[in-house]
Design a protein around this ligand. Structure first.
Ligand code: HPA
Length: 270
């Protein structure tokens, strides 16, 4: 696995120019985010070996780079989910490439359904904890479990980065909720009974991604920050999620998301 990431990193490194302080992985409906942040395309995942080109609408599959608020950064526009991956390692390949390039931190973005009734579509949630109902992990560097010490997931999301995100949101007057992200296998959206169960499992937002990448980043020693864009409410009466609604609300949230990312990267560059 690391051989594949190293091979991709070797192809990307010459066009990167400078080592990113952070790599962003964007989610559904966030394909325009990179351009909005002033980044330029440097490669297409489909033109690189081993990458499974994202097949979900709203994921462009471009790799972009440049500076955000003066900080060198890169961005993967779209991701591969477990439900579309021919091989499990492909869900975390972008993160492994970051590790091979020596990028020290990742910012994982996603679109998620709000389980917390206080969350409105178009608002943002900082992920402070997670529940993995995908019941799978991407390949990790050490076999986990039994007599071996597994990854300690309690500190998977960097407290230092959470602190920076909180502070920057406050200063920029961006409403940033905090909560627990539940990862479901997908690709179908949840039933009402699923949603009841997820709320009982202390979930504040539900999606189908992010945790495999967070596990891999933690395994590789990268700092991780994760932010959900709440694209729909799962708890309003008669709420029925469609992918079109998810894409539309993701676009609405783009303003605040771009502002928050600029502020976070500015702080990282200081
Ligand atoms: N459920 C799962 N994934 C999602 C949702 C949802 O309601 N909205 C955006 N991604």
């Amino acid at each position: 696995m690391s051989g594949k990431a190293a091979e991709i990193a070797e192809r990307i490194a010459p066009v990167l120019r400078e080592k990113p302080l952070a790599a962003i992985v964007s989610g559904s409906g966030q394909s325009r985010l990179g351009r909005r942040l002033g980044l330029k395309p440097i490669a297409a995942m489909s033109a690189l070996p081993h990458f499974h080109r994202p097949t979900v609408a709203g994921h462009s599959g471009e790799i972009m780079a440049g500076r955000i608020s003066g900080a060198p950064a890169m961005l993967f526009a779209g991701r591969c989910h477990f439900y579309e991956a021919p091989e499990p390692e492909q869900v975390s390949l972008a993160v492994r490439v970051c590790a091979a390039l020596g990028v020290p931190r990742v910012i994982l973005l996603n679109s998620a359904g709000g389980l917390n009734a206080a969350f409105e579509p178009g608002e943002l949630m900082l992920i402070t904890d997670s529940v993995n109902l995908q019941f799978r992990t991407p390949p990790l560097s050490q076999p986990q479990g039994h007599e071996r010490a597994g990854l300690n997931l309690c500190d998977m999301f960097s407290l230092e980065l959470i602190h920076i995100a909180r502070e920057q949101a406050l200063q920029a007057k961006i409403r940033l909720h905090e909560g627990t992200y539940v990862a479901m296998p997908g690709p179908a959206y949840e039933t009402r009974a699923d949603i009841e169960m997820l709320r009982m499992a202390s979930g504040d937002a539900v999606g189908m991604s992010t945790l495999p990448e967070a596990y891999a980043a933690h395994d590789a020693g990268l700092q991780t920050l994760a932010i959900s864009v709440i694209t729909n409410s799962c708890v309003r009466p008669a709420a029925e999620t469609t992918h079109a609604e998810v894409l539309q609300n993701a676009a609405h949230a783009e303003d605040n998301l771009a502002r928050l990312l600029r502020a976070i990267l500015k702080k990282l560059a200081q």
